[in-house]
Write a protein that binds this ligand. Sequence first.
Ligand SMILES: Cc1ncc(COP(=O)(O)O)c(C=O)c1O
Length: 305
Amino acid sequence: MTEGKIWLNGALVDWDDAKIHVLTHGLHYGTGVFEGIRCYKAVSGSAIFRLSDHVQRLINSGKIYFMDLGYSKQQLEKAIIDTVRANKMDECYIRPIAYYGYGKMGVNPMPNKVSVAIATWKWDEYLKSDGPEKGARVMVSSWTRIDTKSLPMHAKGTANYANSALARVEALKAGFDEAIMLNSAGMVVEASAENIFLVNDGTLFTPPITSGALEGITRDSIIAIAKENGMNCEVRDISRDELYIADEVFLTGTAAEVKPVGEIDNRLVGDGRIGKTTKQLKTMFETIVHGKDKKFSKAWLTPIN
Ligand SMILES: Cc1ncc(COP(=O)(O)O)c(C=O)c1O
């Protein structure tokens, strides 16, 4: 994870040269927005999954924070493709970030220039459990998920991740794989860096974006795949106790992909292994990202060559 090129403000620079000043505004005050994207080895060559949607979310995040990224959507997409190409990786995780840079200290970010960077690295399994069939062990966090009363949850803002990091560290220190977060009304929102789904009698349930969840692109993909395959999917509030008695629970995210949950607060979900519906959706998702599905692969994959 220390080799290759990083795109920084319009130029591809060596990994070790992509440096910032210690008085960078975003570092002190959390005034940055970012994306997480994946490039997959597909049947007809490497391709980026839902590139346009990720770049649009980055632009929207920037708009919310009054950030002029300085590049058009098309330029950002090209910069991402150029970075992946330069690093000659079949598959990788891609991290574009825009942040208020070095200039003037103080909470107001506006006097500072916005910098944009794009890095890529190999990130095989983000959310580890004891094997792919075994579900992750999760706990409900003691930290309340921030919501739109405090921070704009439609923005994938770096500031949101202080809340996520506290929850994730708490879970890891307690011996769990991941944290599930509730909002101030006590309803389920998402995990520290993934959206959440429940399955009951074959129907999917996921909390609404208004709960405070990020509008996940993997979440949206799963909803579309489920609908295409005749499954019901209800977007509605979910209470903590519903998690304990669900047939299946799984998490979705660019880094974690589709990850089954096997245990919540020491209560088994099913038999602790991946459930039937989760397995079906995970398989379909993998088929699509690897370019083997006619409908979705064509619409969602951008070839890098
Ligand atoms: C807090 C949070 N929720 C949900 C997600 C899933 O979003 P996506 O599927 O777009 O990666 C992420 C990851 O980006 C996240 O950080």
